[in-house]
Write a protein that binds this ligand. Structure first.
Ligand SMILES: [Zn+2]
Length: 277
């Protein structure tokens, strides 16, 4: 039984790889843009003219998560939605703006004016190529980034009236879990649970340990305060939210991921049908 299951899983994995790389992608309903040839892109776009633009940033995500996690997460979530709806997923865009980690080592936060022209051109080109729906999903969600994404979508829609643009952050399609008032956090219960559900290999909870050398793990610009979030010797350094060691779980992550994918797929499909009326 176990061998049968392994065989089935291997077949599923092979199909996914072939979807991205192989000739079968011509018949698949979705793909990763940078790995697709022009004929494959035409074929997928003709069947489902939807493009996904996943955004994030480079930002310290605690000792236990990758520093690019926001973009990695948005990329993985976009792929799950695309598997449902069809469409083309662009590579993750790792440059973001705003947030409480400016000055932290391994964080690269840019002013909006440095990011905006690249994204505006990308959104306009996608419309010219023939996409009818463009979903801009940010996994990095300080107010500055969320406002930027909303504005980018609105303004792109004005410039390109034939295309519907959906710009949103992941908490906008997330409900607080039972007992919680807030949805979303930074490298705490929510983000860590999502990571555990998407790919447990991204998470090293055992790295949440004290005792690092502040000189080594900060730069001269790094803000230093006594709270755990700002104390580089603390296990919960850089984390905003509930302690992931106690509160994060793969099961919670699966609930959150399912909700995000269900809601985003519905919004995307509704937007596409509105363009076909
Ligand atoms: Zn994050």
């Amino acid at each position: 039984m176990k061998n049968v299951l392994v065989g089935v899983l291997m077949t599923v994995a092979a199909t996914v790889v072939q979807t991205a790389f192989g000739e079968e992608a011509a018949e698949a309903n979705w793909g990763l843009m940078e790995q697709m040839r022009p004929d494959q892109l035409e074929s997928v776009m003709k069947a489902t003219p939807i493009a996904f633009v996943p955004l994030g940033t480079y930002e310290h995500h605690g000792w236990h998560l990758p520093i690019g996690f926001d973009a990695i997460k948005a990329y993985a979530l976009s792929q799950r939605v695309a598997q449902r709806t069809g469409g083309v997923v662009l590579p993750p865009f790792f440059y973001g703006t705003g947030g409480g980690h400016v000055g932290y080592k391994w964080t690269i936060i840019l002013p909006e004016e440095q990011i905006r022209p690249i994204l505006e051109t990308t959104l306009d080109q996608l419309s010219r190529f023939g996409f009818k729906v463009v979903v801009i999903l940010t996994g990095h969600y300080p107010r500055e980034q969320v406002d930027m994404v909303h504005r980018l979508a609105e303004e792109a829609a004005t410039r390109n009236p034939k295309t519907r643009y959906i710009g949103l952050s992941e908490p906008e399609v997330t409900t607080p879990l039972p007992g919680d008032r807030r949805r979303g956090d930074h490298a705490a219960k929510y983000e860590t649970s999502i990571a555990l559900a998407l790919n447990p290999k991204w998470v090293r909870l055992e790295s949440l340990a004290p005792g690092r050398d502040p000189e080594q793990v900060t730069t001269p610009e790094t803000p230093r305060k006594s709270s755990p979030t700002h104390d580089p010797t603390h296990p919960l350094y850089a984390i905003y939210g509930q302690d992931p060691r106690e509160h994060a779980s793969e099961a919670a992550g699966r609930v959150i991921v399912k909700e995000i994918v269900d809601r985003l797929a519905k919004q995307t499909e509704d937007a596409l049908s509105s363009t076909q009326k």
